[in-house]
Design a binder for this molecule. Sequence first.
Ligand code: CA
Length: 226
Amino acid sequence: MTRILVVEDEDDIASVLVDYLRHAGYDTERVADGESALERMVANPPDLTLLDVMLPRLDGMAVLQRARQHTARPVIMLTARIEEVDRLLGLELGADDYVCKPFSPREVVARVRAVLRRSLDGEALPSVPKRLMLDDAHWRATLDGAPLNLTRLEFRLLQVLARQPGRIFSRSQLLDLAYEDTADVTERAVDSHIKNLRRKLAASGPSHDWIRSVYGVGFAFEEPGG
Ligand code: CA
């Protein structure tokens, strides 16, 4: 069952959200402060977290920033301030989506569904080969059992490419799919991240070239023997 963590200090808002989410079939748990949220997100990452920005003890931005060192599972921010949105979705924090307060609980449930569909679809595809394991709960990738020590961006790029082996992605598609904030990112930056990614993959398993560069087009993930 899909587990959702609701982090909200206002009881009225929290109980409406919990009711709607449970009604929609999600195993839903609620905590009311930032420290408890971070503990849960690190110890046993939920499939999705709804995270309020203004929270006692540790605010939602700090929770997100610290949680992101441990998990790549989706986070939807709840915010009363539209001017925070750029920062929430940006590279530094990397929320998956946001909902502005006041919101309708139906809207929140719809966003939850959409974000989960995006992340669970990828997991359900049987295409990630067994030699290469991607653990999106912890941003960890291993090749033949050896950790790859990828940055978050490298992990996301690899995740996007590996989900559809053989498909050629253009640089701009990779920008859209792998980067949370494309405003300051150039296509050349994609090249340099891909280059680092290939170097790390080659260091762990030089026998195969995992990421094929297609001149003038982009990049594709290549399964061994495929
Ligand atoms: Ca609050």
